[in-house]
Design a protein around this ligand. Structure first.
Ligand SMILES: [Zn+2]
Length: 140
C-alpha cells in the first residue's frame, strides 16, 4: 500500500512500527492497524493507518448476515413454490368439483331414465296379465 509522506509527498515511505487501535465503543468503527512510517526522501517520520483491521467478530457477523440472506432467499423460494403448489391444487380441486357435479347429474338422469323404464315395464306386465285373464290375488 502506498502512503504519502505529509512533508514531501513521496510515496516511498517504509513501515517501521505497527500497532492496533481497538475502538472502545462499537460506533467508533472497526479496529485499525496503525503504523509509523519513515520517508527515505526527507527522513520524516509520521503516523498513518496501515489498514482497517477487521476483527474476527466483525467477520463472523458478516458471515452470519450472509448466511441469513441465503436462508431468507431459500425461504422465499420455498414460499413461492408452495404458493404455486397451492394454486395448482386449488385449480385441480375446482376441476374435480365440476367433474363430481357432472357425474352426479349423469347419475341422476340415469336413475330417472331407469325409473321411467321400470314404470313402462310394470304397465306392460299389467296389460299382459289383463290380456291373459290373469287375476291378481289380493293380499290377505
Ligand atoms: Zn518525505
Amino acid at each position: 500500500m502506498l502512503v504519502k509522506c505529509p512533508k514531501c509527498g513521496s510515496e516511498t515511505a517504509t513501515l517501521v512500527k505497527t500497532w492496533t487501535i481497538s475502538p472502545r465503543k462499537p460506533e467508533e468503527g472497526t479496529p485499525k492497524l496503525m503504523g509509523i512510517f519513515e520517508c527515505p526522501n526527507c527522513e520524516a517520520k509520521f503516523r498513518a493507518i496501515v489498514e482497517e483491521a477487521k476483527s474476527e467478530e466483525t467477520v463472523s457477523i458478516k458471515n452470519m448476515v450472509e448466511r441469513i440472506k441465503v436462508i431468507k432467499g431459500e425461504l422465499m423460494q420455498t414460499l413461492k413454490n408452495l404458493r404455486e403448489k397451492i394454486k395448482t391444487l386449488e385449480t385441480e380441486r375446482t376441476n374435480l368439483m365440476i367433474e363430481i357435479e357432472k357425474l352426479k347429474k349423469a347419475a341422476e338422469s340415469r336413475v330417472s331414465a331407469l325409473e321411467s323404464e321400470v314404470n313402462m315395464l310394470r304397465e306392460e306386465v299389467k296389460s299382459l296379465r289383463e290380456l291373459l285373464g290373469y287375476v291378481e290375488e289380493k293380499e290377505k
